[in-house]
Design a protein around this ligand. Structure first.
Ligand SMILES: *[C@@H]1O[C@H](CO)[C@@H](O)[C@H](O)[C@H]1NC(C)=O
Length: 276
């Protein structure tokens, strides 16, 4: 009963969880500090759409209270002040003035935190962080933001890269050292190969401790017997009588287990046949 109730809850814990969005965040127990990415950033892409030129312009401020208002631009030609990520499609056709043809908010300060997913990339999050936002509807389509923050210690890009916009999904990518896990997460990442001290890591640890212990035991035992009793040959082995009987003991033990398993299996088979 309890197990069956607990199972879905355990599964839910494994999913990327939506916590209140702050730039100082923990995703799947890996913490990141994105606050250096705050402030107004811009990216975009031009494309030739004869007889005009089209431009996708993105303004974003991940950590602040939105991108604010641009002076001298009509209100309808920009996102509302509380917008964190805004895409505007602009068309140029000289000699006409540029024309803003769509203004699409993806993430606003009123976007519920449940609509924001953060997922670390890589085993210890050392490859960065994925941010997925289910934003408001625009032109009858839900608008999603697909922001990939790539951990790169050498990157110096002050702005993200525009990857694509297909109706309903804006993809941005940003290589930055601020997308690397905090120092707490680097312990595993910097280990190189031997990282991931999970259950199997623990078993491996026990195995090596056991092996080293055994080697030390024999080495010290032999040395002791040699120094103390000037022992030679088999007499050097510490607790010689125990080790001589050891193979027989192991055989006995396995013999018992084997008989019990066979006996138990026979018993339950008997139980089933009486039911049928
Ligand atoms: C998100 O963007 C990345 C590129 O930055 C792309 O590889 C990935 O497929 C996109 N994900 C979705 C669901 O579109």
């Amino acid at each position: 009963m309890h197990l069956r109730r607990g199972f879905p809850a355990v599964l839910l814990l494994c999913l990327p969880r939506a916590a209140a969005w702050t730039c100082d965040l923990t995703a799947s127990s890996i913490s990141y500090d994105l606050s250096p990415l705050s402030g107004l950033r811009r990216t975009g892409r031009d494309s030739s759409t004869p007889p005009s030129t089209s431009q996708a312009r993105v303004e974003l401020d991940l950590c602040g209270e939105g991108i604010g208002v641009e002076e001298g631009v009509p209100e309808e030609d920009q996102c509302e002040p509380g917008t964190k990520v805004c895409l505007r499609m602009i068309n140029h056709k000289p000699p006409h003035a540029e024309r803003v043809i769509s203004v699409i908010p993806f993430w606003t300060t009123s976007t519920p935190d449940d609509n924001v997913w953060t997922t670390p990339m890589g085993r210890k999050g050392q490859e960065g962080l994925k941010v997925w936002v289910e934003g408001p509807e625009y032109a009858g389509t839900k608008q999603n933001l697909n922001l990939t923050l790539l951990c790169s210690t050498s990157a110096t890009e002050p702005d993200p890269t525009f990857v694509s916009y297909v109706p309903g999904r804006l993809s941005l990518e940003w290589a930055t050292p601020d997308a690397c896990p905090r120092s707490g997460g680097i312990i595993g990442g910097g280990g190189g190969g031997g990282g991931g001290f999970g259950f199997f890591g623990f078993i491996k640890f026990l195995f090596w401790v056991g092996l080293v212990g055994l080697v030390l035991y024999f080495a010290i035992g032999i040395l002791y017997n040699h120094q103390q009793y000037s022992a030679r040959g088999w007499d050097l082995v510490p607790h010689r009588d125990f080790w001589r009987e050891f193979p027989v003991l192991v055989q006995d033990l396995f013999g018992h287990v084997f008989t019990n398993v066979r006996g138990g299996g026979g018993g339950s088979r008997g139980g089933y046949s009486s039911l049928g």
